[in-house]
Ligand binder design. Structure first.
Ligand code: ADP
Ligand code: MG
Length: 336
């Protein structure tokens, strides 16, 4: 059983970036307004996410890292209307099978916090011997998840992921995208041992400021608002965002796509929108698009591979058509 779990975990968490994504989403689910990420060797040695969210009940700690343990669905009917990002209850379980996982957490009204250590989905003694029970500790409201020695027991992954700098770069890109989408949340990312953070975006930085800081002022001054609502067929559908105008040219398309607040990828949609831009941009120039789509949860298939970040949804062709035609309007108006 341990082997099966380890393999399953390796499929969900392919690299540190996947763990960071799951942990950031957990922090956002728990209403955090401050999320700090600390990394050692690109997260391979240490990957720590601290938040100021609701915290976790002490009673929930023993089963926290069991597969399918989630506080986000309480009854079967909830499955069709999950509002939060995660609902599979697999992230912490997976991570605990391939790392040494410590969770420190304090609820708002609790007198003190609790620290729990996990191995293979179960509570374990932090020092390798003694009690497995969560230990009381000091701390402020919120949760700190520390992942040490990721893939220590997955030799193939360890071989494949030797370059901490590359992992760090990927994680930074990921945090930047979440920070642009969640403009009211402060994000920081720091390398272990550095005195200053590599990335620091306080909640005073609005979306446009964040885009400026991450992608530069040339992009920030060439952005157009994008907003469209679905008609009868696409009831409940909406899209908001910011897209670059005809004066902006990137070497490669930057496409930040969030569906129901979850960062996803859609090659189809990217190609569709690139086609629209090809009428407005010189050859070789590529656009920037940040789009946040809201699709009724009942029309989104969330049961896809978490590390692939690909989602399927109903009416994908109609949605692509609607976005295409709106994008051409936005760009034409700007042209005029
Ligand atoms: P899921 O997010 O799919 O429910 P996870 O394995 O990611 O599953 O997390 C399991 C549970 O642990 C969550 O449902 C939530 O109750 C709790 N949890 C995890 N991270 C946090 C956090 N940062 N703050 C509060 N609760 C958390
Ligand atoms: Mg989760």
């Amino acid at each position: 059983e341990a082997v099966v779990n380890k393999i399953a975990a390796g499929e969900i968490i392919e690299r540190p970036e996947n763990a960071v994504k799951e942990l950031i989403e957990n922090s956002l689910d728990s209403e955090s307004t401050i999320i700090d990420v600390l990394l050692k060797e690109g997260g391979l040695k240490l990957l720590q996410i601290s938040d100021n969210g609701t915290g976790i009940y002490n009673d929930d700690l023993p089963l926290l890292c069991q597969r399918f343990s989630t506080s986000k669905i309480t009854k079967f009917e909830d499955l069709s209307s999950v509002k939060t990002f995660g609902f599979r209850g697999e992230a912490l379980a997976s991570i605990s099978h391939i790392s040494r996982l410590t969770v420190t957490t304090k609820r708002k009204d609790a007198v003190h916090g609790w620290r729990a250590f996990y191995i293979d989905g179960k509570l374990a003694p932090a020092t390798g011997h003694g009690s497995s029970a969560p230990q009381p500790c000091a701390g402020k409201q919120g949760t700190v998840v520390s992942v040490e020695d990721l893939f220590y027991n997955v030799p193939s992954r360890k071989v494949a992921l030797k370059n901490g700098a590359e992992e760090f770069r990927r994680i930074l890109l990921l945090i930047q995208k979440y920070a642009i989408h969640n403009e009211s949340v402060s994000f920081s990312c720091k390398k272990f041992g550095d005195s200053a953070a590599t990335l620091s975006l306080s909640s005073r930085f609005r979306r446009i400021d964040r885009i400026r800081q991450v992608y530069g002022s040339n992009l920030a001054k060439n952005l157009l608002p994008f907003e469209v609502y679905g008609g009868s067929l696409l009831e409940g559908f909406s899209a908001q965002g910011l897209v670059s105008n005809a004066n902006y040219a990137s070497k490669k398309t930057v496409f930040l796509l969030f569906i129901n607040n979850r960062l996803v990828e859609s090659t189809d949609l990217r190609k569709n929108l690139e086609e629209v831009y090809s009428e407005f941009l010189p050859k070789g120039a590529s656009p920037f698009l940040y789009l946040s789509l809201n699709i009724p949860e009942s029309q989104v298939d969330v049961n896809v591979h978490p590390s692939k970040r690909v989602v399927h949804f109903l009416h994908d062709q109609e949605i692509a058509d609607l976005l295409r035609s709106h994008l051409s309007k936005v760009l034409e108006n700007e042209d005029a």
